[in-house]
Design a protein around this ligand. Sequence first.
Ligand code: FMN
Length: 344
Amino acid sequence: MMYDQPLAVGGLELKNRLVMVPVATRKADACGRVTQALCDHYAARARGGYLGLVECGHHFVCEEGRATAHQASIAHDKDVEGLKREAAAVHDQGTPVFVQLSHAGSAADEKITGTHPLAPSAVTCPGAKVGHPLPRQMSADDIARIPEYFSAAARRACAAGFDGIEIHAAHGYLLDQFLSPLTNLRRDAYGGSLENRARLLLEVLSAVRAELPAGYPVSVRLGGCDYLPGGNTIDDAVALARMAETAGASLLSVSGGMCYYGRPGFEDTPGWFADSSAPIRAAVCVPVLLAGGIKTGAAAEALLEQGACDLAGIGRAILNRPAWARRETTKLRAANAPARGAAR
Ligand SMILES: Cc1cc2nc3c(=O)[nH]c(=O)nc-3n(C[C@H](O)[C@H](O)[C@H](O)COP(=O)(O)O)c2cc1C
């Protein structure tokens, strides 16, 4: 069995390959402060220590990058006390925990941030909600602030006791808006070629790395391929993964770009981004996580066995069934146990 093999991510040893991927809870208070309900939510899903890792849903790194009401904040030093309780809630269950850092860019909600949404170019994402305002194109000064927001947030994550961070560069959020040719029409050093479109993500990675101790795990949730006409391709995703690894990523969590986290037509295919994750895994040395449609331990095990990924990410199945990991681990162990009375 692959699912219960340990794996190193940076300097952290995971005891198995089953990961709860970030699923935003909207359980923070109106200011983004961690609540007891938010801590209880993660504790319930980590209970028993059956998961190798829990990744907490996106936390905004600055007010302008806030996506929704009741999203948790990692934008201010005063957030650290609450974040300590969030990390401890998962640690108390014997499970390591990462926190995801994000800036929503054009997907930020003006009604909550009080400012007009920012983006690489004045275009909305292909899947933006009807009526969402056209974002304002970011100036050079707007862009220069972004690595600093992420690195300050990384410092807070480390101070709060999280075992690692994840940079959100998928699902049509700000860093993904820079990566995709569908939303990045810039003609300066941040647009045009794939290298230019990746520049901001790489600057964020290097700023974050400079803030953290050596070996501290930094995951990138990579929306490498857009799966849309005119968008980034799987080859682009592989090239982006290589760049992120070189810039210091210790884990690549493969998901969708401008198609977000779903894959129309593949609803019944567990690991629906495997056609991206497998070539990425072949091209990099760091571990690769694959999520999307994995509902059972058996499906996770099959993807690990096939070499589609090193870690299986599970979202909604755990969201909807807090005891998912205990139940699926029990089934996997039973399936692997030698039959009673079998010849010795
Ligand atoms: C309600 C909800 C909230 C989500 N929040 C996040 C998030 O904060 N960050 C992120 O990278 N992905 C987020 N996702 C995407 C999930 O991490 C995951 O990729 C997606 O649900 C597909 O995996 P699944 O089929 O196992 O659920 C969210 C998905 C849902 C349904």
